[in-house]
Design a protein around this ligand. Sequence first.
Ligand SMILES: C[S@@+](CC[C@H](N)C(=O)[O-])C[C@H]1O[C@@H](n2cnc3c(N)ncnc32)[C@H](O)[C@@H]1O
Length: 220
Amino acid sequence: MTRDTTAQVARFWNDIAWEFDSIYSGANKNAFSRALDRFFRKDIYQRFDWVMAKCGDLRGKTICDIGCGSGRFVTEFAKRGAAQVTGVDVAPKMLRLARDLVEQDGVAERCDFVLNDVLNWTPDRTFDTTIAIGFWDYIADPLERLLLIRGFTRGTFLSAWPRFWTWRMPVRKARLQYIQGCPVYFFRQSTVHRLLESAGFEVLSSETVGKLRCVVARPK
Ligand SMILES: C[S@@+](CC[C@H](N)C(=O)[O-])C[C@H]1O[C@@H](n2cnc3c(N)ncnc32)[C@H](O)[C@@H]1O
């Protein structure tokens, strides 16, 4: 049986919520730090652009963002006309940032947030689109959560998976898991496709985006 590390992961992200969001906002960073982010954290910008390119016309749609963090995707979806966007995350400070952001952007009335692991969450509705970006990195055994996501997704599922054996894999494993105490996992393309298919999704497209595998899927 896989050990449940959610509490450890939640603590880690809670502690660095503001620091993580500053990769997007550039807050309190000089030009050099921002340039370092653009080089070393390039995946974060690339996966954002990938989602926005793939999500299509969102007007009137309902969207769920699993592991929504500081709400950067949530607010963008709402600004693009989504009817309702639900962000789910286990880190309270991430959700506080997300609530402030949607408030600031004037879209709070179409956004809601759930402090929970998808594993313990039973939504009372289904969603046109679900995303899980920068999330699978922290999940040892994705199938259980994928099955639940499949249950409440009626349209598109966009997911990004950290690829096995890129140069960043040993660096992240050492830094995040062994130094900072946040377990991190990596996935081969065949594993990602098998997991999605076992959960009842059909893979529509699958591409390499930097050090990630980005997949568009839909319920079979
Ligand atoms: C790298 S951040 C990504 C945030 C956002 N998706 C983005 O790309 O900007 C990972 C987020 O996943 C959340 N997370 C990790 N494991 C989770 C779980 N089991 N359930 C819900 N959220 C989780 C963390 O709290 C953190 O906010």
